[in-house]
Structures are given as structure tokens and as C-alpha cells.
Design a protein around this ligand. Structure first.
Ligand code: ZN
Ligand code: MN
Length: 482
């Protein structure tokens, strides 16, 4: 009998603030260990937390973008547990009255089309410090630079039905959060971390016992870890065993998921309201302002691209992959390039020149200038990309559009790919070719019109590839008719 897999995700995302959640220390990543610290984030006795307004604003922005309702009043709470990276012995988080509740994210899944995944809650909290078990032999080192860095925790409903859907959800979530500038979601630097809950059941039965997989450092590893865990749970139950509620860790090298500790329940943390902070009360005008400040979101922009530019669903999806790319595309269209043509250039050429498929190394002005060069018949479509690449490498990207047009032509000339569409020159090559190929000309005139292609090739050869093939075709046809 078939099994149904149920997945819910808790995602921790570091907010793009300059300073920490409750003190003025820098939140920068990568500084020398233990340099961005103060009595507050070191948990020294008597130090008092002061909330970072920017962090609250970014968290509310994320909540609105995910369709949540931001609560006008929320409560900071102490989550108590002991660990060397938690000097106060508790983390300031939110528990009973979180910042935001009840949102949803539409996710394009591989098997079920667009699935609306519920967002149960979004709350603010501070990060713990970072332990290093491999820096000092036989010892654990702790870097408190990360202690107190602002996070939001985003908890989904258990609406995902496979490891692949979990990955699709994470991709969609990251896209929105980066789009609105709330987080860089850089997993290598730990600014997006995933805890995944998975259980299996026979369809129609109540939810099975879930395990939580932690310590997964990439979206593809989330999918791998959940696939492993899914197979493990099914085998366990089919073998007559039962799943134990546990916290598991993923070993990327072996691809295995292993038990870490028995799963704690929320009552183990002895949550209680943070006595050093008053309730977080947000004025209606402030909430409206944050909401009104949101840009058009990726899903809406994608639909608009399909409607306004008659793009395919696929093309619209690629072009709204990031806000930068969507804006780049619209700048090219605004410069007068037909939407479908602009889409082809941006997807095939601009993205091919981007090292990671996301960071654009080309400017819209350079792209437009190159497209115009191709449309004017001065450069072949194929050589257009070479011109664009050369402009990119030449440091000329900051030129104004009119300057760029001249630069693109110069670059094409330097590369030796400038096509000749000067009719006088082309007519000469055509006349020379017709004189040299009299036999083929004779056959053409007797009705073998498919020889035109051959003759165009001969003219192109004579021009050493520099003639504009379209102009050559026209000139040849005219000459053959006379
Ligand atoms: Zn500090
Ligand atoms: Mn948390």
C-alpha cells in the first residue's frame, strides 16, 4: 500500500541589519572571532536588551510579503536551555504571541502543480553564538560574533508531500525574501538554516510520529536528507517497528540521517515572557507604512509578464527569478526591444554571461546597444553575444545609452565581426560571384532556385564572412532577376 509523506519546515533567516537584535554590535559575517561583542550579547549580568527597530521592520516586511497578519502586539519570551554557545542560558525569542500569524506561499511543485503552503507563524529572535569543534584539537571554540544576530523563524504548515516539494518551497521562500531585501539567504554563511520535520502515514490515517532533521546546509541536501529519512521511516514501520520522535542530524558525506538526541517538547524550554522587554506594540500607521512599502512580489510580476509581454509561463518564471533580473528585462523592453526578443537575449545571452546565473555582469544599456547592432544587420546574431561579452570585459558598462551605442559598434569592429551591409561593396561581391559561377547562374535561371543558398554562400566567402547575409540575399535576387 502506498505511503504518504508529510513535511513541514522551520526556516531561520538572518535579517539584513547592520547591528544585532538587542545591542549595537555589528552583525557582519566573517569578522575575526569575538570582535563584535558587548555585555549584552555576551550575556553579562545586568546588561539590558534594546530591540533593533530595523530588524522589527524587516521581519514585518517579510511577514506581509508572505501574506501573514502582523500582530499589533507581540511578546518576547525566554527560551531556556543550556549550551556553551548560549551565555545567558536562554534565547530571547517569541512564543505565545509571535509577531505574525497565518500566511501562505504559492509553490510550483514538480508533481502537484502550484501548491499553497500555509505559513503558521513568523517570529523574531536572536541567534546563538557559533561553536567550532574542529578549530582547536580536542576542544570546542566559541565565536560570539553571531550571538544576538537578528533572525526570523518562519514555520510552515505540514502541507508539503515530498522531499522535492520541500526543496521547491525553500526555493520560493528564498526568492521572496531576497526579492524584498530582507535577507541574503546565503546558506554557506548560515543566513538561512532549515529544520525539517517529516512523518509518513497511510493515506487517510492520522499524522504519524515525526522526526526533525537539523544541520542541513543546502537545498539539495535538504532533499537528500528527507529522502533518506522517508525511506528509513517506511522501512522501520513495514518491518514492524515504530518511529520515535527524535532530533536527527544529516551527514552530507555519507548522505545518512542519524539520531542526535531525543526530541524536546516546547514545555522543556520553560518559556516565559521576557521580563527585560515590554510587549512589542506596533502602531497601525507604522504597520500600514511597512505594508505599503512592499514592491510588486515575484508571483504578481510573473503573471504581469505573461499578460503584458505575452511570455510563456516558463520564460516569465526565469525572468522573475530575481528582482534584479526582472528589472533588467523590463529596462531592455522599455528601451524599445520587442518583449519576446528581449526575453531571448536576457535568457540566452545575459544569463550565459552571468557567473552564477543570478549576478548580472552586463548592463541593460550594453544589451540594448548590442541588440540594435544585430537588428541593423551590422553584427550576426551569433556574434552579438561575443560583442556583449567583450563590452562586459572592457569596463564600459557605466556608459550612457547613446555612448554605449557607439562603443558597441567599436567593439564589434575590434573583434572583426562587423558585418558589411554597404550596398556598393555587396553589389561588387555579387557581380564577381555571378561572373565566377556562370554554370550555377545558368541552372538557377532555368529554375533551380534552391541554388540561391549556394550563391549566397559564395558571396559570403568572397566577403570573408563580413557581409550581412540578409543584404547579400536581397542583392543576389535583384541581380539574378536582371
Ligand atoms: Zn553586543
Ligand atoms: Mn528558533
Amino acid at each position: 500500500m502506498a505511503w504518504e509523506t508529510i513535511v513541514g519546515l522551520e526556516v531561520h533567516v538572518q535579517l539584513l541589519t547592520r547591528t544585532k537584535m538587542f545591542c549595537a554590535c555589528s552583525a557582519a559575517y566573517g569578522d575575526p572571532p569575538n570582535t563584535n561583542v558587548c555585555p549584552v550579547c555576551l550575556g553579562l549580568p545586568g546588561a539590558l536588551p534594546v530591540p533593533n527597530e530595523r530588524a522589527v521592520r524587516l521581519a514585518a516586511r517579510a511577514a506581509w510579503a508572505l501574506g501573514c497578519t502582523v500582530q499589533p502586539r507581540s511578546i518576547f519570551a525566554r527560551k531556556n536551555y543550556f549550551y556553551p554557545d548560549l551565555p545567558k542560558g536562554y534565547q530571547i525569542s517569541q512564543f505565545e504571541e509571535p509577531l505574525a500569524l497565518g500566511g501562505a506561499l504559492d509553490v510550483a511543485t514538480p508533481e502537484r502543480g502550484t501548491v499553497r503552503v500555509g505559513i503558521k507563524r513568523l517570529h523574531l529572535e536572536e541567534d546563538a553564538a557559533k561553536s567550532f569543534h574542529d578549530r582547536v584539537p580536542g576542544m570546542t571554540a566559541v565565536d560570539f560574533n553571531r550571538s544576538g544576530v537578528p533572525l526570523v523563524e518562519i514555520v510552515s504548515d505540514p502541507d508539503l508531500r515530498s522531499p522535492a516539494e520541500a526543496r521547491a518551497y525553500l526555493t520560493a521562500l528564498k526568492q521572496v525574501l531576497r526579492w524584498i531585501g530582507v535577507s541574503d539567504c546565503n546558506m554557506e554563511e548560515g543566513s538561512l538554516r532549515v529544520d525539517a520535520n517529516l512523518s509518513v502515514r497511510r493515506p487517510g490515517e492520522p499524522l504519524g510520529t515525526r522526526t526533525e532533521v537539523k544541520n542541513v546546509n543546502s537545498f539539495s541536501n535538504v532533499e537528500r536528507a528527507l529522502t533518506f529519512e522517508q525511506v528509513r521511516q517506511i522501512a522501520l514501520i513495514e518491518g514492524g517497528g515504530a518511529v520515535e520522535q527524535r532530533t536527527m542530524t544529516f551527514d552530507a558525506a555519507s548522505g545518512e540521517v542519524r539520531p542526535m538526541r531525543s526530541k524536546e517538547e516546547s514545555h522543556d524550554y520553560r518559556y516565559f515572557p521576557e521580563p527585560d522587554l515590554p510587549p512589542l506594540v506596533l502602531a497601525a500607521t507604522w504597520l500600514d507604512e511597512v505594508k505599503g512599502d512592499l514592491p510588486e512580489l515575484p508571483a504578481a510580476r510573473r503573471l504581469r509578464f505573461i499578460r503584458a509581454y505575452e511570455l510563456s509561463d516558463y520564460d516569465a518564471g526565469v525572468l522573475t527569478g530575481s528582482r534584479t533580473l526582472a528589472e533588467f528585462y523590463e529596462a531592455v523592453v522599455a528601451a524599445g526591444v520587442p518583449p519576446k526578443e528581449a526575453a531571448n537575449w536576457v535568457m540566452n545571452d545575459v544569463l550565459a554571461l552571468s557567473p552564477d546565473g543570478e549576478t548580472l555582469t552586463v548592463s541593460a544599456a550594453a544589451t540594448v546597444a548590442t541588440i540594435q547592432l544585430v537588428k541593423a544587420g551590422k553584427v550576426s546574431r551569433q556574434n552579438g553575444r561575443k560583442v556583449l561579452a567583450q563590452i562586459t570585459g572592457s569596463g564600459a558598462l557605466t556608459l550612457s545609452p547613446p555612448q554605449m551605442a557607439g562603443t558597441a559598434e567599436q567593439v564589434a569592429q575590434q573583434l572583426g565581426v562587423l558585418q558589411i551591409s554597404d550596398t556598393g561593396q555587396i553589389d561588387t561581391w555579387v557581380a564577381e560571384t555571378l561572373a565566377a559561377q556562370s554554370a550555377e547562374v545558368e541552372r538557377y535561371r532555368k529554375g533551380e532556385t534552391k541554388l540561391l543558398g549556394f550563391l549566397v554562400g559564395q558571396v559570403m566567402k568572397r566577403s570573408r564572412g563580413k557581409a550581412d547575409p540578409k543584404a547579400v540575399g536581397a542583392a543576389l535576387e535583384a541581380a539574378l532577376k536582371s
